[in-house]
Design a protein around this ligand. Structure first.
Ligand code: AMP
Ligand code: ZN
Length: 115
């Protein structure tokens, strides 16, 4: 837990969010400024600032985030048409919140390459 981290506070329910899933390792909630009909953030409870900070000990929890995203995508009816999973790392990628989060985006078509 990082005391001044927004997403640690959401994971600890100190700041409200629309939770869609939680377990002992991770939490998923709706993005406050959605950019797609489905826009959910999946985060580890453990504070890890960026993808550049993950250690070999974090392998299980990082894999777990993808399993959660896949299950939520299924419950939201996205599995057949597809969806996008994104993790922004640091400034060039536009990372704004420095607690790793997997964006689950779906319900519309996305372009490639991203802007
Ligand atoms: P990133 O640019 O990858 O760091 O994305 C940060 C995301 O967090 C953005 O999509 C924001 O809309 C979202 N966000 C920021 N504050 C909150 C909040 N309090 N609850 C839910 N989502 C948030
Ligand atoms: Zn944090």
């Amino acid at each position: 837990m990082s005391t001044d981290c927004l997403f640690c506070k959401i994971a600890n329910k100190e700041i409200p969010a629309k939770l869609v899933y939680e377990d002992e390792l991770a939490v998923a909630f709706e993005d406050i400024k959605p950019v797609a009909p489905v826009h959910i953030l999946v985060i580890p409870r453990k504070h890890i600032s960026t993808i550049d900070d993950i250690s070999s000990k974090d392998t299980e929890v990082i894999g777990h985030l993808f399993q959660i995203a896949r299950k939520i995508a299924r419950t939201k009816g996205l599995s057949e048409r597809g969806y996008r999973l994104t993790i922004n790392c640091k400034a060039d990628a536009g990372q704004l919140v420095f607690h790793i989060h997997l964006h689950l985006l779906g319900g519309r078509k996305f372009t490639w390459p991203p802007g």
